[in-house]
Design a protein around this ligand. Sequence first.
Ligand code: GDP
Ligand code: MG
Length: 320
Amino acid sequence: MAIRTNDPTQLFAAAAGGDRGALARLLSLVERGGNDAREVARLASPHTGRGYVVGITGAPGAGKSTLTSAVIADLRARGARVGVLAIDPSSPYTGGAILGDRVRMQDHAHDEKVYIRSMATRGHLGGLSLATSEAIRLLDATGHDWVIVETVGVGQVEVEIAGKADSTVVVVNPGWGDAVQANKAGLLEIADVFAINKADRDGVDATRRDLQAMLELTEFAEDEWQPTILTTIATTGQGVIELVNAVLAHRTSAETSGELTRRRELRRREELREIVERRLELRARELCQGAQWDALEAQVMSGARDPWSAADEMLRGISA
Ligand SMILES: Nc1nc2c(ncn2[C@@H]2O[C@H](COP(=O)(O)OP(=O)(O)O)[C@@H](O)[C@H]2O)c(=O)[nH]1
Ligand SMILES: [Mg+2]
């Protein structure tokens, strides 16, 4: 029976028991931000750490959604429960890209053990980045063995989001320059596995050479993971088993070396810092208005007062 409440505690209990409707509502609370989102974070936190987070990133049209769909099929064949977040900040409101993602993943629409969500982040306190962290935490805490996060790897925020994963797959295409573009976007640094997708097209060898040449410029420590480069044809599923195996190999390596623990600790620390910064930012915006502000602003504008001491006076109120 569908649950008809917006109480986070009840919703969380239902979602943990496999109720997808309850999970959908919790994710909506997360997207909206505010007190309910905080409550969801509080409820989910103690139950996290079991799910494994895989980021799939790359340029628009590289085949990320098609590849994600094929990866879901493989993980399902291995018996796993899978949650997917499809994030495209370049078109948060039009829904165009999101609709495309939906279509490409609709093979799994009726699978009870697959949950796919397109993220919209209107109004969330910390924007896309914090909302994504929350949503990952929620999917992890509600029993998803794998959480796949599809992001467009263009732009600093997007690359940051891609970096929230335990393993990151960077999708490039054959042909001259694609690997170079990925490098410029900062994707080389976060890649654990490269998938040269659309390997049914010309130029696979050139792209592979480009990637290898760029990786050769990177210094790797002796026990450090060196990114795997492999080829896929997402539309037929070719190479997808190998891709999942490469992610599993990276997972094993990161678990053994302690890198996974280190990455997760770093992520939590970054998130904490981000929350503090966002809240201070909001508080600052609140401070820069009202009667006291107007008076000080007028004094500074006329030159009667220097801006530093005026700022000091305003900031005295910040702890209140
Ligand atoms: N020829 C070919 N086309 C592909 C392959 N993978 C994806 N596509 C096509 O590329 C287009 C973009 O794919 P999509 O998964 O939406 O890319 P995204 O924007 O990275 O998520 C679609 O028309 C797919 O059918 C592939 O391996 N080979
Ligand atoms: Mg897509």
